[in-house]
Each structure stands twice: as C-alpha cells, then as structure tokens.
Design a protein around this ligand. Structure first.
Ligand code: BGC
Length: 631
C-alpha cells in the first residue's frame, strides 16, 4: 500500500514537472514570438527591386515582399546621429539618421560632412537588404550648419520679398550645397503661419498670410526637389510643422520651459482648413514627399496622436502619398508610457518616428504591438511603402554614393539679392534714405552692426546660433556699408554709439536687434530692443543730424514708444552672410521692394493678431501686413 502511494506520488510529481516544463516552454515561446523572434527571412534570390526599368510601385511591392517585420519597423526609425554608430546601422537597417540641434561631424567642413554621411550610407548598404538611409538636416536658411556655406535670409525675410522665383532659386542653391555633403533630406520649408510675435519661431516662417505661404512654400519645394539630370529629386523637402502652429496660444505650452512653443492651437477645423492647410496642399501639389508633424495640441489631443488630421485630412483628403515624420522626441514628449505613445502615434498615421534616441526599444515596441494586434501589419506596410517611395524618388537605389571631396559653391550674388529684396522700409522722413553722395560723414552703432553670427540668427552652425565675425565668407552689415561708402566719405563705428561730440555727422546708422534664439528658448513676453541698443540710438541722435534705425530681428519688436524719434526705419530680419545687400538698398543701388509679411504690432495687448489683421484688443497695429515704402 505504502509503496503504491509512493509510486503514485512520484508519478504525479513527474506530471507536474512535465506540465511546468510545458508551461515554461509556452511562456518562453510567446515571449520570443511577441519579441519578434521566429521570423522567416525571405530569400533574396528572386529580388527585382534593383531593376530601375520597373515602375517604382512594382519595385516597392517587391522590396516589401522581401522584408522581415523587423526590417520594416527599422525603416520607420529616425535616429539622431550621436545615438547610433556607423557599425550598428547595418545590423539594425534603420530608415534614417539626422543631425539634430546642430550635431556636426568631428571636422565641420563640407568634406567632413560628406565623409560622415558616406560612412553611414556605406554601412547601410551592407545590411541584408542594403536599403540606403535618409540623412536629414535643418538647412533652413542655406546649409548653415557648415561654416563657409552661404547663409540666406531666414524665411521671414524671403516672405518679405514675396518673390516666388527668388525663393525657388534660393532653395535650389541650398539643395546643391546639401547634396555636396551627401545629405539628402532637408527639414524645410516651414509653413507655419505665426500670429504672435512672442513665439520664438516666427522668423522660421514666411508669413501669416496663407496665400503668400502657399505660393512661397510650393516654390521652395520646387527649388529643393527640382529634377537632377537623372530625373531624381536631389533633396527631399519636409513640410513643417503640421499643422496650425502659428495659432498656438501664449501660456499653454506643454513644455515647462516654454510659453507658446509646443502649445495649444485653439482654432476649429474650419479655420484649420481655410488658413492652415492650404499651404500644405500647395506644397504637396508641388511634389513634397514628407511632412513633419508639430509638437502642438489641437482639439485636446497632441497633433502626433491625431488620426483625424494626419490620416483623414492629410493622407485621405489632401491625397498625400509621401510619409509623415514626427518631430524631435515628439511622440514621447511628456509621456511615461512609451509603448502606448508609440502605438497611438503609428495608428494616428505617423510613418517615421524621430525618436531620436532609443531605436532598439522602438523596434521592440512596434513588434510587440503588431504581435498583440494593436498595430496592424497593413499599417506598418503602408508606412514603409511611403518611406520607400521617397527613397526611390531620391534615386538612392539607382545612383552611386556622392563623392566626398566636393566643395561648397558660394552663392554670393543670389544671397545679396535676397537680402536686398527682403528689406522693408517702414519710415523715411527728411529724405534720410537713400544715402546720397552729399552724406560725407556717417556714424554706425548698435549690437548688430558688426556681427555676422547675430545677423544670421539661429540654426547657424549651432541650434541656437553663434555670435561674432568668424563665419567664413560672411560680410557684416558694417563691412557692407564701409565697402560701399565713397572714398571721400568718413565712416566711424562704435557699437555703443559713443563718439566725440565736437563734430556732427551727416547720418547715424543704428543697426540694432536680437541675439539668436531657436524654438521655445526665444519665447518672450515683451520682444523689445535691449537697453544697450536703445542707448546707442539715443547717443547717435546727439552726434548725428539724422538717424536711420535698422532692426535685425526674427520678428517685429515692440518699438511704439521710440519710433517717433527715428528719421528712418528698416526691418532687415535675419539676413545671413551677405551683409552687403543692406548697403545696396541704403545707398539706392537697388530699390526697396520688400513689404511686411505680417502685421507689426504696437503693444503686447494686441497679440495675437488674426489672419484678417484683427488685434486682440481691437486697436490699430503699428504697421499692417504688406506695409513697405519705396524710393
Ligand atoms: C524642431 C524641428 C526640427 C527638428 C530636427 C525640432 O526640435 O521642432 O523644426 O526640424 O527638431 O532638428
């Protein structure tokens, strides 16, 4: 009896042991399955996507059919270059790499950039499928992260020119420089329509007028993507930021460091459709194949999770066939649950995620989501198809990698013309301008007079810009004035405007303005001139017969209390490296043709100002949109 019990006990124990074993095997198998293991890897023997004679969509179908789930998801990842090494690119098969916030190669020259990008591309080509990378930069006013590149006026200045043909040429010149460094994707043009000068990104936009932005945005896309001799687009444009960022409300930012950047857009769908979507529609018609979703919130939802706007409006209604990329950490900003955030964004229609750091976790999360049925395989295929469409359009599968010994071309004449066309004359009394030969003695003052870094603004070498005159190939506004001043004239410079007072100069030129800022770091409750610049203007008044004030800034500044005492006023925006263009117009060699691309408010109580020009407090602005004098 006893021995039977012992036998049964032993049998039962064995059964429990087997059950436990089976249970653990099942758990392990599920974990491995959910984690994306057990993938069958398609054979590449019959691959056709390399055949350039086949229609693009056929090539994409073929490539998709040869990809594993992991390879597809990796294509959806966009990683910052310092978060990945060249060596890991091949093993991960990533979709794209970017230089965010001014991340540069160890040697910051055109050749240094080309070598860095070529290294990443070479590695990508050794992955199982050899899919080339997208490499993105913010060349938002020329390829300005590279010292020595021509820096054009920031977009607000191009908006003041109102000249679509000029914008197209500027974008084409920028594309040539970008391609020289092997980069193939530019996070431009900016299609925001800013209504509030307190926002630190106003200068990145052309205007607050939807018609002007539609025209110039489409021109920029044409210039950047104009066909090369091989019939491929040289550089992929990215329309940003989708959508409605210009209407964001002061004080509602999601980011505790900011006030209006990354804030809430309190407009209805009708206003979005009437004002904010048309520039995207126009740029998509012009061939844009990527759109960047902004960090704002609309209708109680962060844009990046808004399926109605991303999938229904953009992809279905506007028939956008390219891919949607999220902004820097945009999917995760303020989120604890990274898995949930990823699922929500991908299902909303985001195709490529600017992670920009942890791509391994991203691949794991999307794989798990797919295995659990939370993100469908169709959605993943659609995202990858859109990304590959852009890569094929760039000719990345069909062209040899760029040479790495090319030099940047200097687009001096074009840059100088752009500067001249971007200037807006807002006041001109007592025939102060143009400067005639009778003006023999000029005094120049102000913080922005002799500072190429400052006149270039942010996104110049560094995210937040640089200061000083060390940028190769740059001409300060002062240098431009000196170069143009006749030999028999006398020109003096002192930034603070302090000069010997025993003689009165014919003219004082105060070149004043803002120091560079990018994104929310430029949010300001009261955008005004500095005390030092105001003092410099006052000092000039003491020692000069007349004073012209040139404002170098990313936005209209609050000057209503001071402007009455100035004889002339010029808005110069952020002109870039061709400071000589300012002298061209001051001396009358080129006429003033620029007009204000957005209204210039009198007080902060007027903000924001609507598209129709209505101020918040119902009072009149200082200068309405499209103001601009001529001579
Ligand atoms: C900005 C984008 C930019 C991206 C990549 C973000 O912080 O909002 O405009 O393209 O960074 O640098």
């Amino acid at each position: 009896m006893r021995s039977r019990r012992v036998l049964e006990f032993a049998k039962n124990g064995k059964r429990v042991g087997i059950s436990l074993f089976v249970f653990f095997v099942c758990v392990a198998a599920s974990v491995l399955y959910l984690g994306g293991y057990f993938e069958s890897v398609p054979d590449l023997g019959d691959a056709k996507w390399h055949d350039a004679t086949l229609p693009t969509e056929t090539r994409i179908d073929d490539l998709l059919a040869h990809m594993t789930l992991t390879e597809k998801i990796a294509q959806m990842a966009l990683v910052e270059k310092n978060s990945v090494t060249a060596a890991t690119i091949a093993e991960s098969g990533l979709g794209g790499v970017l230089s965010g916030a001014g991340a540069k190669p160890p040697v910051n020259t055109a050749v240094g950039w080309a070598a860095m990008v070529a290294g990443f591309q070479a590695e990508a080509r050794t992955s199982r499928l050899g899919i080339p990378l997208l490499y993105g930069v913010d060349a938002v006013h020329g390829h300005a992260l590279v010292p020595g590149a021509t820096i054009f006026p920031h977009q607000i200045g191009l908006g003041a020119s109102g000249d679509g043909a000029l914008v197209e040429r500027v974008a084409a010149a920028t594309a040539a420089d970008i391609r020289t460094t092997g980069v193939n994707w530019n996070y431009a043009p900016n299609l925001d329509l800013p209504q509030d000068i307190r926002w630190g990104r106003m200068y990145e936009a052309f205007s607050d007028d939807t018609n002007l932005v539609s025209r110039l945005g489409a021109a920029y896309v044409r210039g950047l993507q104009s066909s090369s001799s091989f019939g491929h687009i040289p550089v992929l444009a990215s329309l940003k930021h989708y959508v409605g960022l210009g209407a964001m409300q002061w004080g509602t930012s999601q980011n505790k460091n900011f006030q209006i950047d990354q804030a809430t857009t309190p407009v209805d769908l009708r206003a979005l459709r009437d004002e904010y979507l048309p520039p995207f529609a126009a740029a998509i018609d012009a061939g844009a194949l990527s759109v960047m979703v902004g960090l704002n919130t609309w209708d109680g939802k962060r844009l990046v999770t808004n399926r109605a706007l991303i999938t229904d409006e953009l992809k279905t209604n506007l028939q956008f066939k390219g891919f949607v990329v999220s902004d820097w950490y945009g999917v995760y900003e303020g989120r604890q649950n990274l898995f949930g955030a990823t699922v929500e964004a991908v299902n909303a229609g985001v195709d490529m995620v600017m992670l920009p750091f942890d791509y391994k976790n991203f691949v794991r999360n999307v794989t798990l989501a797919n295995r659990l049925g939370l993100v469908s395989t169709e959605r993943i295929d659609d995202a990858v198809r859109r990304i590959l469409r852009a890569k094929f359009a760039l000719g990345l599968f069909d062209t040899a990698p760029a040479a790495i010994d090319s030099q940047l071309v200097h687009h001096d004449a074009l840059a100088r013309q752009s500067v001249a066309q971007s200037l807006v004359l807002l006041k001109n009394e007592n025939h102060t301008l143009p400067i005639t030969p009778a003006v023999r003695h000029i005094r120049v003052a102000g913080s922005a007079a002799d500072n190429v870094g400052l006149q270039s603004g942010a996104w110049t070498v560094e995210w937040q810009g640089v200061e000083g005159n060390w940028l190769p190939h740059g001409t300060s506004i002062l240098a431009g004035i000196k170069n143009r001043t006749p030999k028999n004239s006398f020109i003096e410079f002192n930034a603070s405007g302090i000069f010997a007072t025993n003689s009165e100069a014919d003219l004082g030129i105060a070149v004043v303005g803002e120091t560079p800022y990018a994104e929310g770091w430029g949010d300001r409750a009261y955008p005004i001139l500095s005390d030092a610049d105001l003092a410099a203007i006052k000092s000039l008044h003491i020692t000069c017969k007349r004073v012209v004030v040139i404002i170098v800034s990313g936005r209209p500044l609050l000057i209503a209390n001071e402007v009455a005492s100035w004889d002339a006023l010029v808005a110069a925006w952020l002109p870039g490296t061709a400071g000589g263009g300012v002298a061209d117009v001051l001396f009358g060699d080129t006429p003033f043709t620029g007009t204000l691309p957005l209204p210039w408010p009198r007080t902060s109580e007027q903000l924001p100002i609507t598209y129709e020009g209505k101020t918040a407090d119902g009072t009149e602005v200082l200068f309405p949109r499209y103001s601009g004098l001529a001579y």
